[in-house]
Write a protein that binds this ligand. Structure first.
Ligand SMILES: [Zn+2]
Ligand SMILES: [Zn+2]
Length: 343
């Protein structure tokens, strides 16, 4: 989760934290109590899952040395203003998490409104990346125009004069009625700015865990048409938000152990400083939830990062592959396993 660095945004962040955590709780209770009557994605662990968990605990140990433990909290950072319980791999397993497997096994992406050419390119790349990150099929749905949002759910920000759309309307009235039966998550991307209701300035994204819907805005991710470097920054920010928030939808809480994509961020500088890679505990959660071998996942993400010019990220995935005893899927020389990424 991310928010702007102001009093209002901190209130928003707090509220959003509560909402995410509360909704996570509600989702689990809901699933536990009605699982006999609905198709639930919170499937019971199979013997294969138990064996995978054991293997992943070994992988965690191997990967720990290449990851930085979470840095000391600075003034204004997320952890200075928010209590986070943290979530080890074991706690995650115990929570019977929602997983993108079984009948609900597709991530649907819903483009909403107009995009510039580079913005659309970043959204399409983000959809591809989400499929690799979560080892899940991704389907991009036909664009919806902004006119599906009624005047009552739009505004011009009173001070900034920026056009905004109401994120809660997008979740509850636009996405939820269109939710496909096999959706593990149904996520709208928009270039419009979002605000979550009265009293708030803006929000980068918002998700309803119970309803499996989310909306992320690329509006504040930079200027992707300015230069190739600006495009890469825009893309990286979009990828981070998309995967961080989708992680929440699959029952992952904020990370408090490592510098990790699942750490909470209170402001742009903080989120920019966080890696796209998951720390060892969070990585194990995703690999267990989506039944993928970590080396196979790293290989796919490595190739994606090479293709898109995300060099530090590609390098870290390369180091991760080598650390687990894998080989790089290219002819490039392998980095030393003991090397640490320079962020
Ligand atoms: Zn978050
Ligand atoms: Zn983590």
């Amino acid at each position: 989760m991310e928010s702007q660095n102001s009093t209002v945004s901190q209130r928003l962040s707090r509220r959003r934290t509560v909402r995410i955590l509360l909704l996570a709780g509600i989702a689990l209770v809901f699933i536990a109590s009605v699982r006999c009557f609905i198709v639930s994605s919170s499937l019971a662990a199979t013997p294969d899952d138990l064996a995978r968990a054991k293997r992943l605990k070994t992988a965690i140990k191997k990967l720990e040395p290449i990851h930085e433990t979470i840095r000391k909290t600075k003034r204004g950072d997320w952890l200075e203003t928010h209590y986070e319980p943290g979530q080890t791999f074991q706690r995650y397993l115990n929570s019977k998490p929602v997983r993108p497997i079984g009948v609900r096994n597709v991530i649907y992406i819903q483009p909403l409104g107009e995009f510039t050419k580079p913005e659309r390119k970043a959204v399409l790349l983000s959809a591809e990346f989400m499929g690799l990150y979560f080892n899940t099929k991704v389907v991009i749905r036909k664009d919806l125009p902004l006119k599906v949002i009624p005047a009552a759910a739009r505004r011009v920000h009173p001070k900034w004069k920026v056009k905004q759309i109401l994120s809660t309307y997008v979740l509850d009235k636009m996405l939820y009625p269109r939710l496909p039966k096999d959706a593990a998550a149904y996520i709208a991307f928009t270039a419009s700015d979002l605000w979550p209701g009265q009293g708030w300035n803006f929000v980068f994204g918002q998700a309803s865990l119970r309803k499996r819907v989310g909306v992320w805005s690329v509006h504040r991710n930079g200027e992707p048409d300015k230069s190739p470097a600006d495009f890469r920054l825009f893309l990286l920010r979009t990828l981070k938000t998309a995967t961080h928030e989708t992680g929440h939808m699959f029952t992952m809480l904020h990370c408090t152990a490592y510098e990790c994509n699942m750490c909470g961020s209170n402001h742009r500088q903080e989120s920019d400083s966080r890696p796209i890679a998951l720390g060892p505990q969070c990585l194990a959660k995703v690999c267990w939830a989506t039944r993928i071998d970590p080396i196979k996942r790293f290989e796919k993400l490595y190739l994606f990062c090479v293709k898109t010019g995300l060099k530090p990220e590609a390098r870290f995935y390369a180091i991760s592959i080598v650390t687990l005893g894998g080989k790089l899927p290219t002819t490039q020389p392998a980095p030393k396993a003991s090397a640490r990424i320079n962020r």
